[in-house]
Every structure is written in C-alpha cells, then in structure tokens.
Design a protein around this ligand. Structure first.
Ligand SMILES: Cc1cc2nc3c(=O)[nH]c(=O)nc-3n(C[C@H](O)[C@H](O)[C@H](O)COP(=O)(O)OP(=O)(O)OC[C@H]3O[C@@H](n4cnc5c(N)ncnc54)[C@H](O)[C@@H]3O)c2cc1C
Length: 663
C-alpha cells in the first residue's frame, strides 16, 4: 500500500490532536486524509471550512470501500459498533477505552479472531518516552520491584459519571507493558470519584493504582519501589528520578509530545508491512479485562470483617471507630490491653511544649486534641503543674528561641519557676508554667475497656498472637492466630496493623516494601520523691524530665541519652531481640540530678523498658508524627507518635474505609 487513505471518525478534543498528527504525516507523504466524520451537521460545516478534506456525518459501506485506515476517536459507547462496521473493509486504529463491559469485551475478542491483524488499540503510554525509559530501567534490573504505585487523577470538583478503571485503562496497560505478568490477587474499592485498585502480579509484585478525579491538581505518576532503589516519574513533567543509597539521578526529557505520532507511525508500519502484528490483539484486551475485573463492585455478602492486630491505644480506638459499619476483632498478644508502649511512656498529655523544633508535631497535637478530649478528658490529670525549662548551656534551643516557638504556635504560658530545691536555677535560662496535663494511665485503660465491652460488633481477644497472614486471591486476608497453644485461621476483609514496633509485620508477611526503622531500647525509671506532684522538663541539653504520675509521690524519669540503652536499624524492619537488658538507672539519676537536684533523694521503684521505633532516615529528630500507611489490598498500618492523636487517626482510617463501602 503506497499511501494509505485515512478516515478520522470523531473530531472532538482528542480527535483534533489526532487530526494534527495525520496532517503532519500527510505533509511527509505518508498518508492521504480522505475523510473526516463529524457528529453533527454543524461541526461538519465548521470542519469543511477549516480543512480541505471531505466531511461526513456518518460512516457507511460506500465510504469504507474507498478507505484503507479508519481512526476512531469517539466516546466508548459507540466504538464497538463502529469497529464491527469497519473491520471487514479496512485497518482500524481506535482510542481507548473501547468497551464498557465484559460482554462487550468478549464480543471484541470474537471480532479480533475473525479479522486478525487489522486492529490496533491506541496504546499511547507504550509510546510515551518516559514509559519507554522506565521499561529499559525495569528490564535492566534482575529483581522485580516490591511495589508500583500508579496515580492517574484529573481535577474535578463535581461528580463524574465515568468508570475510572476504563478511563485510565492506560494504568493497566503500563503495568502490562513494563512487567508482562498475570495478576494473581485483585482487590479494589472506590472513594468518591476515585478508585483504589490493588493488584498482585505474579508471586510478589504489588501494584496500587489511584485512578479518577479529585479536587486537587491533576497528577500522572509512577513510583517503583525496589528494596535498594526507588524510581519515580512524573508523566506530566516528563521527568524520572532514580534514588538509591546516597545517590540521586534525574532524567528530564523533552516536553515535546511525540507519543501519539510514534503510535501512528508504528500503526502505519504495521499496515504497510502487514507481516508483523506490532500490537497483538490480546495486548489490546488484556489490560481492558483486568480493568473491568477490578472495577469496584457493591458488597453483597453482608457486613465486612476487620481484624486489628495490636490492643494498644491505637488498635483499640480503631476498633471503636470502625464497629458501626463492620464486625471488628482485636487481637492482642498479651493477657491485658495496652501493656507495651501505651503503658511504658512518659504519660504526657502533650500540648506541644515538648516539640520546639517540630512545628508540624505541635500542629498535629493541636488539631487532634478535641477528638481525644471529647472521649477521654476524665483520664487527664490537670492539677500536676508542668514546667518547661530551657537549659542554660544548650545551644540549639536557647530561651529566646524556645519562647518564640511557643508563641508562634499559640501555646500559652507564664514565666514561673518550680518550687525551690527542685531545679537548679543556674542550670536553666528560664522556666515557664504551662497547661500540659498527664494521663492517668489506669483510668484511660479502664475507659477504653469499658467502651469496648459496651460496643456492638466488637470482639477483643487477648493472649492472641498473630503469627502469620496471607492475602487470598480474592483480596481477603487469612490470619493465623496463636492462642492457648493452638493455631487457628480466620479470614477478614480489612486488616489494620496497630502494633507500633511491629509496623513492618505486613511487609514481612505480604512482601510489601519494608519501611526502614530505627529501634531504641528505652529505659523509663519510676521513682518516689519527697515532693508534691508536678512535671519538669529540661529543654535542650539532656532533655531530662520528671513527670508526676498523679499518685503516691511517684514520678517517671527519663534522659535523652542515658535512657537509650541500645539502638539499631534492622535490615528487615522488625524490632531486634535485645537479649539481656541491663539498667542504666544509676547514670540516669546522676545526669538528671545536675538539672533536677531533688532526684538525689529519689527512691527507685522500678525500671520499665520500651522499644521505641522511629523512621531511620528522619532528619527532624524532634518530630513524632503518627504515620498511617494505606498499603492497598485493604491493609493499613498505623504507627502512633503520640497518644493524643489516637482518636483522630482512628477516625481517619475508619472514614476512608466506610466511604469505600458506599460504591
Ligand atoms: C519512650 C517513649 C515515650 C513516650 N512518651 C509519650 C508521652 O509522654 N505522651 C504521648 O502521648 N506519647 C508518648 N509516646 C508515644 C506513645 O507511647 C505511642 O504513640 C503510643 O503508645 C502507641 O500506641 P500503639 O497502640 O500504637 O502501640 P502499643 O501500645 O505498643 O500497642 C501495640 C500492641 O500490639 C501488640 N502486638 C504486636 N505484635 C502483635 C502480634 N503479632 N499479635 C498480636 N498483638 C501484637 C503489642 O503487644 C502491643 O500491645 C512515647 C513513646 C515512647 C517510645
């Protein structure tokens, strides 16, 4: 075929882009544009005036006889009929999505087998320069990544009546192009105008897609996570960033949009040679089939079931926020709830005075305070006055900077000192009296336990250790529960990992990417002091403190250096086995009493030990954010930074899940 005759059907927004490219190809002598088919008489006359090409309002057999190629750029609903009409006569290039249901897809498959090598589905992103480079990068690696996140979101404040899976079928096509693997596990849900689709390809490659419309700027991105590297690309900016240990490389490509032209040239090569099927039919239909299969469906099998691993303050509050729309089971390995970090901590009901170097943390405290106090105000002791005193020798947060940080964050205080003999005034530069409270731990736990006991649809299993889990092909999660020496399995729709230091449990079980954590073995000293209840925190320098526990002259003592007995970043992100623990109480008291001399009179009651977990790469050492991770596959992890955020964070998870149930 010398110069194929082209007919373009549909000259709307996308159709015009196609027309521009056909005109360029015509200029280069590759094709002859023989017809345009417009939807209405009005657009017919407009187009006829603008381009010297015959314009029609319908596609009939007479016209098709004169044509070699039909390029269909019309809405999905009309595409299949059009293809049926064209295939007996000519080659067809058609823009996605092409079908709207599995029945239509089966019909398309049948047509493709009857007229092989005649249709190419627009595979725009296969010709996208960024995606092409991405494929080279992926092929060059021996290992598969553990996670790929594909985001295709357009801006829209209004409700959109389209299926994001089909509108953004490119996401499925890109995955097919990059990895060519079959999907083995699929789960999906929708929230407002977006779909979150989770797919496991092959044995271990997880992909989470966010597709649809939101009221933020449009976004097209692909993020590929390998154990030792990260590749992220912005398809709007034509840029790729590759980061691995201590190394960052950026590739910026030309913004000239060539993918459509490349696609058309490739189609023309295919038409003229007729020998090779450049884009075989199953490549057209495979991504469509996955997109249709993973379109979220309305639940038909009753209330969903959620499992929460971890009966600390975060897990229990997640249960209490979720039980009105699902049946919840909380699994706690100890015989009592809240025995780990929810107990072994400083019991501060934070106001923000602790975080002069992390304004984000202060804001998080301020924004979550009301939710917490609405439920647990009675568990907060407020008549324990809390003093904060910048160290006289600290260089990072001198008094002026500290007071400025408090004022900038609207933290109210007065300049007042603790009673004589408690703090060495020469060792501090100023002292402020604040409104910060202290938790009555036992009251807090009692309130939570009462709420759980009264809650419907909620089962709490103590002494229940979750030892393993697996995602089933339908996306549900099967847990292995060890209790009373027996192991049983149970299946759940949603899984929340609220285990704090075991935050990487899901990564371990499901091969999700591991989050690098630094674990500190932390010693908290309980002492008896001959003074009234109060709290004193030395800011900067040793960050040492005494926190009145509300009764029996008991105080919690900690020290920024001497409380940390061991520290380790583990390869698998799981907490280390600390082995035998040796107390450092003597040095703690010695160092702390330089600032708080009353500690020389301390009677040691006990040492409590906790494993503190923080992001291994966090640059902001003061920040203690609560981090919620939505892994996809209806799995979440939460690592609580401060107790005060537990209600708001539980509500955030619950709201997202509940909204996803309203498909
Ligand atoms: C040293 C230190 C001091 C702190 N001081 C304060 C403070 O003063 N004020 C404040 O607000 N916050 C403070 N925090 C932070 C606060 O303690 C935590 O944010 C909060 O307690 C975390 O609660 P959680 O429910 O996530 O974790 P946890 O209370 O640790 O609960 C997790 C639960 O998961 C269970 N679990 C783990 N694995 C499994 C499994 N496989 N199967 C079943 N159960 C499992 C554990 O047994 C545990 O009970 C401090 C933290 C540390 C480390």
């Amino acid at each position: 075929m010398q110069k194929p005759k082209v007919c373009l059907v549909g000259v709307g927004h996308f159709g015009k882009s196609h027309l521009q490219e056909w005109l360029k190809l015509q200029e280069h002598g590759r094709v002859e544009i023989s017809a345009l088919v417009a939807e209405t008489d009005e657009s017919e006359s407009e187009l006829a005036a603008q381009y010297s090409v015959p314009v029609y309002t319908s596609l009939d057999a007479q016209l098709l006889e004169k044509i070699d190629i039909v390029d269909i750029v019309t809405p999905a609903a009309s595409q299949l009929d059009m293809i049926k009409k064209c295939l007996p006569h000519c080659f067809v290039l058609v823009e996605k999505p092409l079908v709207t249901s599995i029945d239509e897809l089966n019909l398309l498959d049948e047509l493709l087998s009857r007229y092989p090598n005649k249709l190419m589905l627009g595979h725009n992103y296969r010709f996208n320069p960024v995606v092409k480079i991405l494929q080279e990068l992926v092929m060059a690696r021996e290992q598969l990544p553990s996670l790929v996140e594909v985001t295709m979101l357009n801006v829209s404040a209004a409700e959109v009546d389209l299926n994001p899976n089909l509108e953004y079928v490119d996401a499925f096509d890109i995955m097919d192009y990059l990895f060519g693997l079959d999907s083995t596990i699929e789960s999906s849900h929708s929230v407002a105008n977006t779909h979150q689709v989770s797919i496991r390809y092959g044995d271990s490659l997880h992909c989470v897609m966010n597709l649809g419309w939101h009221n933020k700027p449009s976004k097209r991105s692909i993020h590929i996570v390998y154990p030792d590297a990260d590749i992220s690309c912005d398809l709007f900016r034509y840029s790729i960033k590759i980061s691995s240990d201590n190394h960052l490389e950026t590739i910026n490509l030309s913004h000239e949009r060539t993918s459509l032209r490349d696609e058309m040239i490739s189609f023309l090569d295919f038409v003229s040679s007729q020998s090779e099927n450049l884009v075989p039919p199953d490549l057209a239909t495979r991504p469509l089939r996955t997109a249709l299969r993973t379109t979220p469906k309305k639940r038909t099998n009753g209330r969903p079931r959620a499992a929460i691993i971890g009966g600390g303050v975060f897990g229990t509050n997640c249960a209490l926020e979720m039980n009105h729309f699902c049946d919840v089971s909380v699994f706690e390995r100890h015989e009592n709830l809240m025995e780990e970090v929810s107990f072994v901590n400083q019991w501060r009901h934070h106001s923000g005075f602790h975080y002069p170097r992390s304004y984000d943390t202060i804001q998080e405290i301020r924004s979550t305070k009301n939710d917490f106090e609405e439920l647990y105000n009675d568990a907060v002791i407020r008549d324990n006055i809390s003093y904060f005193c910048p160290s006289a020798t600290g260089v990072e947060i001198p008094a002026e900077r500290y007071l400025a940080a408090c004022s900038s964050n609207y933290l109210s205080y007065s300049i007042e000192y603790p009673p004589a003999g408690i703090v060495d005034r020469d060792a501090i530069s100023v002292s402020i009296k604040t409104d910060e409270g202290v938790y009555d731990f036992y009251k807090l736990r009692d309130m939570i336990e009462r709420r759980l006991a009264a809650a419907e649809n909620t089962n709490v299993f103590v002494g229940a250790n979750i030892v393993d889990a697996e995602i089933l092909p339908d996306g549900r999660k099967k847990l292995s529960i060890e209790r009373n020496g027996e192991i049983k399995t149970e299946v759940f729709d949603y899984l929340i990992n609220a285990t704090y230091s075991n935050r990487n449990l899901l990564a371990k079980w499901f091969s999700f990417p591991v989050e690098k954590l630094r674990f500190d073995l932390y010693e908290m000293l309980v002492v008896r002091l001959p003074i009234e209840q109060l709290c004193v925190t030395i800011i900067d320098g040793p960050f040492t403190s005494i926190v009145g526990m509300g009764h029996d002259n008991l105080f919690l003592v900690s020290h920024i250096h001497d409380s940390v007995l061991k520290s380790q970043v583990t390869e698998d992100g799981m907490p280390p086995d600390w082995g035998e623990i040796q107390s450092n109480s003597h040095n703690m008291l010695l160092s702390a009493s330089k600032y708080i001399p009353v500690l020389k009179q301390a009677e040691i009651v006990e040492s409590r030990y906790a494993t503190r977990a923080v992001n291994a790469f966090a640059r902001d050492f003061d920040a203690r954010p609560t981090v919620i991770r939505n892994h996809g596959f209806d799995c979440w992890s939460v690592m609580g930074g401060k107790i005060i955020t537990c209600v708001s964070n539980a509500r955030e998870i619950a709201t997202t899940i509940e909204r996803s149930l309203r498909v």
